[in-house]
Design a protein around this ligand. Sequence first.
Ligand code: C2O
Ligand code: CU
Length: 478
Amino acid sequence: MSRTPGQSALCLVVGLFAAGCTQATNESAAVQPSGWDSELRLPEATDDNPDPHVFETTLVAQVAQIQIIPGKTTPVWTYNGVFPGPLLRVARGDRLIVHFRNQLPEPTTIHWHGIRLPNAMDGVPGVTQPQVEPGATFDYDFVLPDAGTFWYHPHVDSAAQEGFGLYGPIVVTDPDEPADLGDELVLLLSDMELNDDGTQAPADEGGDLATLFGREGNTLLVNGKLNPLLTARAGLRQRWRLINAAKSRYFQLGMAGQHFTRIGGDDGLIATPEPLSTIVLTPAQRADVVLDLAMPASSEVPVQWLPYDRGFGSTEYRQPATIFRIRTTDDAPLASPALPALGRDIAPIDVSKATPQLLRLTQNDESGKFELGINGIPGSKAEPIMVPMGDTQVWTVKNEVAWAHPFHLHGFFFQVLDVNGVAPSVAEWRDTTNVPVDASVRIAIHFDERPGMWMFHCHILDHADAGMMGMAMLHPAE
Ligand code: C2O
Ligand code: CU
């Protein structure tokens, strides 16, 4: 990432003391060392369309042999043979065309998580499109109406396919955003269950009990890498666009001595920046944070996964684990300038005439077999919630299972009104929200004019596959 504006301003100052800016560059200019993010940089998709407002590319789902554990190869389910899938970097308002081809042994689709797109582009098999059979193709084509950090993943046999590696990031840039929020890193967090020889464990390992807990892989990955190293200038601001692409694992991130400022969430900037000492992401959530890297020169600090309580067994006997490391150069730490004024006007959704819905997240004990559901009914047997276009609704999502659930609605942003009666401290748009153990979470949704069947589900994908999903049918009002 270049930092041209900041660099030239600094050159002016340095120029007073040094003969010329070129001479000062290596010593003092506020840039990251070259190759600073080489272990973490994601491959970017190529744009094959000459129109500057159309990004057209090809994604091919295919199994590739990837070295994750040194000296071992892992058969990973990938897009374009790279892991994670290529970064799609597009500007708000641009059109994205993806020519998709399936070269996997199983049918699949692509779901564009968090994007407010037309229903036919949502990637839900048998609902918004036919599944893409092995050898077949499908063209996705839609406009990106919102800036933010999003991602893409399959929606067929999701726990298995996503668990095997099918996911990639999408950054939708905002031309109106202040230019200098720091050097940007897109960090896609995930995990994988690997055997000693590098092969992947079967997706159903451990049976119903493992499904009920939600399978967490034994190998923690950042951008598909095991414990990579970032080399950075102390005090120089960085911006991290974080995505949790793990199928079940919550990520709570911490870094000794470091404070983060969260500026964005699932769906673009939050109302006002929020200082944090740790960052929590449920599966599928995103966070946009800046940090001024409060570290001495020539030192190394681990960025750690910290146990987070999402129910029984999620914290007991579990230790923090390093997911990547930051090493500072021997340049003297910089004092970071004040953060530019940031924020977003997020008017509360008017819920005075909202239609209420109660969604209990359930374990369906009466069914005689292991099954999860919503209001006691598994997704496969549920009637859709009928919603007239233009309606505003308040959904009370009540957790009746002994584990937390990240609740996700396709195609729409919502606002969390409260968790057990307590309103969130900062206004923001979300598409995935945590429903803790014993909690009721109320969310407000305004359904616009995009008719069709919109899915909602727990984003612990084992839970979704075991039945914790449902649909809202958005139809023209009479
Ligand atoms: Cu990431 Cu059905 O969603
Ligand atoms: Cu769940």
